[in-house]
Design a protein around this ligand. Structure first.
Ligand SMILES: NC(=O)c1ccc[n+]([C@@H]2O[C@H](COP(=O)([O-])OP(=O)(O)OC[C@H]3O[C@@H](n4cnc5c(N)ncnc54)[C@H](OP(=O)(O)O)[C@@H]3O)[C@@H](O)[C@H]2O)c1
Length: 429
């Protein structure tokens, strides 16, 4: 990547947003990392100079670095002004795009980056946008030699890299994995900013578009290796974790499947089947969640329903989403554990007819998901893009995190920043 010719190695676009402010802080930390051997020139970008200045001043105060605002470039650009996006892209090696919902705002940024030879990382959790960008821009990005990497936040780096980690740790061929997300909260409870709420509402409201996109794209399915992974019921009991679980409706399934397809098609690696669940505790929580879920799915179907959901996030999400986002105390008190149960076949054994004969359990643990883990994951993905160049896919393109980073040191970098991957157990059966 052409870091030398561009004034900024990283540009945080949407730095004034709720998530953008924490990504800005994380880049500021990275800029002065102890192991840094070369400077990291960077800038913030957005449509309001005042808001960007305020974000830099807040970060300066929080990090105890009064000179920070004068060390960081400021670029004014607006999604509705393509020339301003081109100007931003020309000044950056990698754009960290925090402007969502991506279904409305994402494509002009991808287009500007591809046309101006700039790599781009986003934290999108919307499968329709991610899959559409692959279909529309993969070849153009490859021609330009740039990397467009979606879903590089909590959605879906822990899941995508977690499956790759599990495969790498297994002494044999991993053929199937189920993951169970557990979100832990402190005494102040949990909260998510309404930026993510809006993305979810519009995403669920347009589920039929995703089905149409998938049938039109006609991508080749990957072969089934080993015993078929059984789909669980909408509510199932996970004995190992002693809790009920439901399917996880984030982007993890879409992302991991596309990564596995890339690893099989391009690198000829054995593909892994995958299913994602979230733990919900006891039966009372299951009943509450079922009501909330049915209510949500009913409202997102209609324009007026979506309007109400967006106007009153706190009310309709039972306090889990708000326009103010989580408080610092709520963020400090929460964390996540993603547990993977994998099955496969001992080295040298055929995966054809036998039942799987090795099991492995791994975990990814990290701090609060949305605004601590996401900025760390996004910034470490960017550092990997800048530093592990020889380990990236040879040509550019539109990639999932697993496809782009499976051969890099991203998992080690995440570990150094508090997102830890570990093996819990591994046994023959
Ligand atoms: N992957 C994950 O786990 C994860 C975690 C957190 C968030 N996210 C995603 O990140 C996205 C942002 O969420 P958020 O809560 O930070 O939302 P937010 O606070 O509403 O931030 C939106 C940002 O977009 C900017 N923006 C809006 N319209 C624009 C335009 N026309 N031109 C330039 N900038 C524009 C806003 O700028 P102004 O300040 O000027 O209005 C703001 O900076 C969402 O899609 C969310 O789902 C993903």
């Amino acid at each position: 990547m052409a870091t030398e010719q561009r004034p900024f190695h990283l540009v945080v676009f949407g730095a004034s947003g709720f998530t953008g402010q924490f990504v800005t802080e994380e880049v500021a930390r990275e800029q002065v990392a102890r192991d840094r051997s070369s400077p990291l020139p960077w800038a913030v970008a957005g449509r309001s100079r005042e808001k960007l200045q305020r974000v830099l001043e807040k970060a300066a105060l929080k990090l105890g670095r009064p000179t920070l605002p004068s060390e960081v470039g400021v670029i004014i650009c607006d999604i509705t002004n393509p020339a301003s996006l081109d100007e931003m892209a020309k000044q950056a090696t990698v754009v960290l795009n925090c402007v969502g919902p991506y279904r409305f705002y994402g494509e002009p940024v991808v287009k500007a980056c591809v046309e101006n030879g700039t790599s781009c990382i986003d934290i999108c959790g919307e499968p329709e946008f991610l899959e559409l960008m692959y279909l529309k821009y993969h070849e153009k990005a490859a021609e330009k030699g740039v990397y467009i990497i979606g879903s590089s936040g909590f959605d879906s780096i822990p899941a995508d890299l977690g499956v790759i980690y599990t495969r790498n740790q297994m002494n044999g061929t991993l053929t199937a994995v189920e993951s169970f997300l557990t979100v832990h909260s402190g005494p102040e409870g949990l909260c998510i900013h309404d930026g993510t709420w809006k993305s979810a509402i519009y995403g669920f409201g347009a589920r039929s578009n995703l089905r149409k996109l998938r049938s039109a794209s006609n991508l080749k399915p990957v072969p089934l290796i080993g015993t078929k992974l059984k789909k669980r019921w909408p509510v199932s009991y996970c004995r190992e974790l002693n809790t009920y679980s439901i399917p996880f409706l984030g982007s993890d399934m879409s992302v991991v499947k596309r990564t596995q397809s890339y690893l099989y098609e391009v690198l000829e690696e054995s593909p892994v089947q995958y299913a994602a669940y979230i733990t919900v505790g006891g039966i009372t929580s299951v009943i509450k969640l079922m009501f909330a879920g049915l209510f949500f799915l009913f409202f997102v179907r209609f324009g007026i329903g979506r309007h109400l959901l967006i106007k009153f996030p706190w009310l309709f999400s039972f306090g889990y989403f708000s326009k103010q986002g989580p408080t610092q105390k709520q963020m400090d008190g929460s964390s996540f554990t993603l547990t993977f149960f994998g099955q496969g076949y001992k080295q040298g054994l055929s995966t054809d007819k036998l039942k799987p004969n090795i099991r492995i359990c791994t975990q990814v643990k990290g701090p609060e998901a949305g605004y601590v883990t996401t900025p760390i994951a996004m910034v470490q993905a960017a550092m990997t893009l800048l530093n592990d160049v020889s380990d990236l896919p040879k040509a550019g393109g539109v990639f999932t995190p697993g496809a782009a980073f499976s051969k890099t040191k991203l998992i080690d970098r995440l570990g150094q920043h508090g997102i830890e991957f570990s093996v819990i157990s591994s046994s023959e059966v």
